[in-house]
Design a protein around this ligand. Sequence first.
Ligand code: AMP
Length: 421
Amino acid sequence: MEIITAVRGFKDILPGETERWQFVEETARKIFSDFGFKEIRVPVLEKTELFRRSIGETTDIVEKEMYTFEDRGGESLTLRPEATASVMRAFLEHSLHGGDSVSKLFTFGPMFRRERPQKGRYRQFHQINVELLGSADPLVDAEVIHMLMLFLERVHLKNVNLEINSLGCPGCRPAFRKVLGQFLSQKEKDLCEDCRRRLGTNPLRVFDCKVEGCRAAVSSAPLLIDYICAGCAGHFREVQEGLKVLETGFSLNPRMVRGLDYYTKTTFEVTTKALGAQNAVAGGGRYDRLVKDLGGPEVPGIGFAAGVERLISLLPEGMEGVSRSPDLYVAALGPEAKKIAFRLCNGIRRQGFLAETDYSGRSLKSQMKRSDRLGAGYTLLIGENEIREGKALLRNMKDGSQGSIGLEDAEAQLLSLLKAR
Ligand code: AMP
């Protein structure tokens, strides 16, 4: 019979890799908590409407990439393609804006987008998400970006580029949209089919298109940064000043628009040449209207998402993490010895040490080999002779020395040895 394999674009994360994941997550947890962020966990499934309203009807994600289905009750549900919308929903549903004026939240978890799988691009991938709600201050933007860069540095990411841009606000962006629309309609014949359609709906998206003709068309297009209002320009200047104070290097990319409609003012993206085509490690921006658009009060916010698979693939060699070896291996032969090993191992584990044994009935020699392979600190040998004599042989696997210990109080003796290690 053929085995059943995972769904295309969905990936298992195996022991050996999971240590790297733990390292990345623990580093994030530590740094984010130093900056006052708290963890929130939200469901992976939401009402489809949530993503339509927040990400935007005319984005690639909503138009083509969502895993949407009708559940048995006839409701349209979607596996989340990103986390910000869900965090905002939770923020509103539980009135998290009621207490402290600023909410600092982070979350980890899988996202789902039906893109074409390739190296660094999956249909289920994981993000580390940060959201800060309740402040429109440009210094907050600088602080959040600085925290992201610090996190990337602590997970040993080298040669990364931070690019920033301002996407303006609902006051200034519509005027630019018109200017851009007019400019691009003159180049309509050079645009791909998708972008021709975007001309009427969301011309800014053309900046994101990878098709050669579209790239050429926008290379001489007017730039949003030249059209933003004085308020947005001043805000953006202060973000840059803040980044300079925190010695966080950046470059300006006036063509960066990001793939989601909810962004206002500051947007940013971190890329690295080491990744090839899928070169974005993290991205984010300010979303001052999102909470209101979802039916809440006017609460400004800013956040980012970092792609965990891409971060993991960039960790330097030797960062595999040390997978834990047994402190004690009990090699037992015969039913009586097996019972002793069973009791002993579980007692040792309850005291916080890793103890292993073998219930397969293999020869003592092959159990010794296994103990060696697992890198155990000590091996305790219990065969029929040992039971008869009430003593077991204990070998220190590091220096090869051995002695015998009484089976009567074996657990206490072993624990004092292990504690002294
Ligand atoms: P986005 O929400 O599109 O801004 O993505 C934020 C980050 O998530 C990107 O910078 C990538 O690191 C990661 N990412 C996005 N889409 C995928 C994908 N399909 N597979 C793997 N990582 C992804």
